[in-house]
Design a protein around this ligand. Sequence first.
Ligand SMILES: *Cc1c(COP(=O)(O)O)cnc(C)c1O
Length: 306
Amino acid sequence: MKLHIETPLIESLSVGKGLAANVWLKIEAVQPCGSFKARGVGYACSKYVDNGAKSLVSSSGGNAGLAVAYSGRRLGVPVTVIVPKTTKKRAIDLIELEGAQVIVSGEVWTDAHEHAMELSKNGGVYIHPFDDPSLWTGHASVIDEIANAGMVPDAVVLSVGGGGLLCGVVEGLKRNNLKNVPILAVETRGADSLSVAFLADKHIGIKSITSIATSLGATKVAEHAFNLLREHRIISHVVTDRDAVNGCWSFLEDHRMIVEPACGASLSAVYNECDALQDKKNILVIVCGGGGMTMSQLEEWNRYVT
Ligand SMILES: *Cc1c(COP(=O)(O)O)cnc(C)c1O
């Protein structure tokens, strides 16, 4: 069962207006549950349920957990989401609204992840937030849609947390004969696990997440994402939290939509006319979205984030 929607692809005259390129936005913010996660998580959950899964387990208090909760509701199977203590009440409320059971456990994501793995031994299927080939295959549909629309980008801009979206976009480019299209992989400082691994040329991670862009908060990217650095033209780019918030704010003013800093990070790279985009003609920006964002949160961050 297809659980995501085909999203709008719109040209932007305001995002990156100083660049020579046409800038096209793939608006994943309008997916049910607010982010592109509906694609990969929806695809994976649907596949596992077809194969006999009787319940689903997630370890994410963010968009991945929300997407598993949404998928479970649509597929008619119970969902348990284990979240760390740092998870905001609003995130828990949104997951519960989808009908999932939320269990608060542990200080950080790895604690919740271990608890979820344990729980899945009793029959439930664990849906990893970024490190699962089924997830990548589902995320890849975002590129099928732009290819079907006749768009041939010469750069794709996207945000990287654990690298699930990155793996999916590379898969999508490959299966649409676009494998030479470079990707600008954007992270915020303090959630820059891909950048750190890229610079070290080793699959290492970071100690802790200090960025406000919690949806980019994987201390280590998926091994496949790291390996892709050698196979595909991927340009790692790190922005500040302030850039990311500015990206959200400008996008709200220009396109009347509210997104998380995880998404504002990618937008800011285009707004700030990042060097790697200077020679491009057709830029595709994956506007990854974010279901947990509110106006008051954005206003608060806009006041104090440096
Ligand atoms: C999950 C998520 C990301 C990061 O995706 P990964 O697959 O973990 O790299 C970026 N932005 C938003 C809004 C997300 O929900």
